[in-house]
Design a protein around this ligand. Sequence first.
Ligand SMILES: Cc1cc2nc3c(=O)[nH]c(=O)nc-3n(C[C@H](O)[C@H](O)[C@H](O)COP(=O)(O)OP(=O)(O)OC[C@H]3O[C@@H](n4cnc5c(N)ncnc54)[C@H](O)[C@@H]3O)c2cc1C
Length: 533
Amino acid sequence: MTTTQRNVSEQQARQVAEAARESEWRKPSFGKELFLGRFRLDLIYPWPAEQPRPDADEFLRKLDTFARTEIDGARIERDARIPDEVFQGLARLGAFGMKIDKEYGGLGLTNLHYCRALTLVGSANAAIGALLSAHQSIGVPQPLKIFGSPEQKKAFLPRLAAGEVSAFLLTEPDVGSDPARLGTVAEPVEGGYRLNGVKLWATNGTVATLLVVMARVPEKGITAFVVEGDAEGITVERRNEFLGLRGLENSVTRFHDVFVPEANVIGGLGKGLKIALTTLNTGRLSLPAMCVSAGKRSLAIAREWSADRVQWGRAVGKHEAVAKKIAFIAATTYAMESTLDLCCMIADDDRNDIRIEAALVKLFASEMAWQVADELIQIRGGRGYEKSESLVARGERPAEVEQMLRDLRINRIFEGSTEIMHLLIAREAVDAHLSVAGDIIDPEAGFGRKAKAGGRAGLFYGRWLPTLVVGQGQNPGGTPAMVHSPRTCASSSGRPAGWPGRRSTRWPAGAARWSASRASWAGWWTSGRSCSR
Ligand SMILES: Cc1cc2nc3c(=O)[nH]c(=O)nc-3n(C[C@H](O)[C@H](O)[C@H](O)COP(=O)(O)OP(=O)(O)OC[C@H]3O[C@@H](n4cnc5c(N)ncnc54)[C@H](O)[C@@H]3O)c2cc1C
């Protein structure tokens, strides 16, 4: 039984989304300040220092070896299935507990190490990255970490850290970007709730033993529940197939009179969407991590191929048009990884609100990785359009280029589509203006509210507008952090202090040139623009 709210108006949809957003800004936000015309470089530069974590580094080394030796990406693509031994191997390594605190048996990785891990496994096969990220970026571990009770954490997290898989079930046949239409109902009954409804496209839904299910509790609103995957009344009706990510275990799941104990409500009745949105603040960083994998792999393939393939008397990489494409792939991958690393580090440092930055990084990486894969196909010519298996069958070296394009396409749709990211970023960006002057344009607000808003707006804009004309933003070289902080001077290595070191993930041979160019660029930046002053 589904009871989709079919008659939800645009205004009601907005109200639901508005009620779900975090309305407070408890910490400063670089992104928010930018939209107010204030370039608060001191909030992100120097980069926060990376905390030494030898255990995490050791885990990444093991995971890298596992990905190189035990994961056969071509087999997953051919069979449309992740082999059991890969599941088991990942579980033995602790990959299902990367984001779970050590006290519950997990690895307690920082966002930075977690995203590096996803980049590593994603370079072997994107469906494995999706499996791990759906499990712990949006599945049970993250909402419980932020909103779970001590009892819930004790009951569920050790199971997940040991290798049980979880899934997140929000989407329904009539409910995509607009959760106000949610039709799955959780009716109060003695000792708990009775769930009825159908959930669509649940990643890991066919294999998960624990589910986060979003359902509407009458009079209370959308609520998040932890549900046992084998509870009576749950049917996995089918495994879905997609353009890419062929190894994905994605389900249509039906709930028919499923009993869920009261103790399994996460974070309180009616808090479901807030939980989902807050979880996604850092959760959506896993997508850029996968895009970085694709960018690095694309660069490796592009460099190798364009040096080998000779047309019109020279290697195709020597033709300017192709060289430009390789430069684009290199620069874009570098930008995706740098923005991701920075966002992870400021999230780990916990001094800034990163909701705008994480959305920007997700939007940027998902759009640009798609273009990277498209340019890679162009560089490979006809071979870019040909399946890896077909290349092998003809006796050529395989390169999973067309697969990469197919695998990447979904990143522009899930965990907030590009269009929804635009809305989210715009909403957060104008928050300061809406909170002082929003009532003036709100058709629901009466004269009294509009008059008060007018007063607030007068005070705010009287102070704010002049800063746009004569403020520090008019002097790009005059940002306090750059001019006065001794920490911005280049260190003996040529990098500014606090500049992050090289990363251990898969760089193609020769890509070390980047680190040199980054250091010298940084040196120019600091010496020319701040240290010499
Ligand atoms: C492979 C895959 C895995 C998934 N995994 C999960 C999962 O694990 N759990 C889960 O709950 N869901 C999952 N989803 C669902 C996914 O999150 C949704 O597809 C996504 O939220 C978009 O919803 P929709 O597809 O219904 O598109 P719709 O919401 O119907 O939107 C259609 C188009 O309209 C645009 N649009 C909608 N509203 C607006 C607006 N207000 N302004 C501008 N443009 C708008 C959208 O951006 C899109 O381009 C998955 C989907 C896929 C394909």
